[in-house]
Design a protein around this ligand. Structure first.
Ligand code: THG
Length: 285
């Protein structure tokens, strides 16, 4: 199953038969004071720079979240979209809990974006799916419902089924849904990792949809986060995730190595190319 997202200049295909797609997570004020302050002041210079740096680091799609207390993202998200689309060719993932901001951003976006996100919660299904249908975009389906993030694999799988069914009823084809199985921080919920891997395997078998996963949430509150994020990226890709929301600069080498050992990098072309680039960068330092 192919999930296609695009800008006016570039198309990206998410598929189990292709290399893992990297959704760059860095345009997000969570845990970033400087970015939050800049966004409050309406200053989008960091947003532009992050878009350019992430593409240089190998991000395929740029997630854009400018939602923070004190920021009117109905106004700011469309501005950020324009700036990112001027700066880079990569398609975007429009990210906001505020449906009005998503709609405002869709009005100016050129191409077919990914929306982050709809969930299994009633209010979300009702509000977001009609917009996804109207604009013909793709959407991330968070495996979470009115009772919160499930604490076992079974419930995660059931919510994934519910999201796909409701989307198809609303006229959104299955290939435009990318399920996100969501994980807790490993420090808070030790069994969560295994549940998520089981859910990914079963959802792939039962629904065949593409799946994404934030590869940085699992390590919140732990030291050496990059090591944990890399291990987690390998595990979820091996289980069947096809797109990761992550920091390309820190996690891409591990993703390429995982694609290589899983036979998703023909002739090791991508891995070797990336190795050469890193070697070159070291030499010119
Ligand atoms: N699924 C979906 N969307 C998501 C997530 C997900 N969006 C948000 C998040 N998870 C992915 N994005 C981030 C962004 C930042 C961080 C983690 C995940 C992060 N920030 C550092 C911190 O908070 O300490 C600060 C980074 C810095 O200063 O450079 O870790 O799972 N669909």
């Amino acid at each position: 199953m192919d999930t296609i997202v695009s800008s006016d200049k570039k198309e990206v295909i998410i598929s189990i038969d292709r290399p893992t797609v990297i959704i760059g997570e860095r345009i997000n004020p969570t845990g970033r004071k400087k970015l939050t302050e800049a966004l409050k002041a309406g200053d989008l210079d960091i947003v532009r720079k992050e878009a350019i740096d992430q593409v240089a680091a190998g991000a395929d799609i740029i997630d854009c979240n400018v939602n923070a207390p004190g920021v009117n993202d109905v106004e700011l998200l469309p501005k950020a979209v324009k700036i990112v689309q001027e700066a880079v060719d990569a398609p975007m993932c429009l990210d906001s809990p505020n449906t009005a901001a998503i709609e405002a951003a869709l009005k100016v976006y050129k191409g077919k974006p990914l929306i982050n996100s709809v969930s299994g919660e009633e209010h979300s299904l009702k509000r977001v799916l009609p917009i996804v249908k109207e604009y013909g975009c793709a959407v991330i389906g968070l495996v979470q419902d009115d009772e919160g993030i499930p604490k076992n694999a079974e419930r995660r799988i059931a919510i994934a089924h519910k999201i796909v069914e409701r989307a198809e009823k609303a006229g959104v084809p299955r290939e435009n849904i990318v399920i996100d199985v969501l994980t807790f921080a490993i420090g808070a919920e030790a069994k969560s990792g295994l549940d998520v891997l089981e859910a990914i395997r079963r959802i792939r078998e039962e629904l065949g949809v593409n799946m994404t996963m934030g590869a940085s949430n699992i390590s919140f509150g732990m030291p050496d986060r990059a090591i944990i994020n890399n291990a987690w990226a390998s595990a979820v890709i091996a289980a069947g995730a096809t797109a990761l929301i992550t920091d390309a600069a820190k996690v891409r080498p591990a993703i390429l190595a995982t694609d290589l050992v899983l036979g998703r990098d023909r002739f090791a072309r991508r891995f070797i190319e990336d190795h050469r680039k890193r070697e070159q960068a070291l030499k010119t330092q």
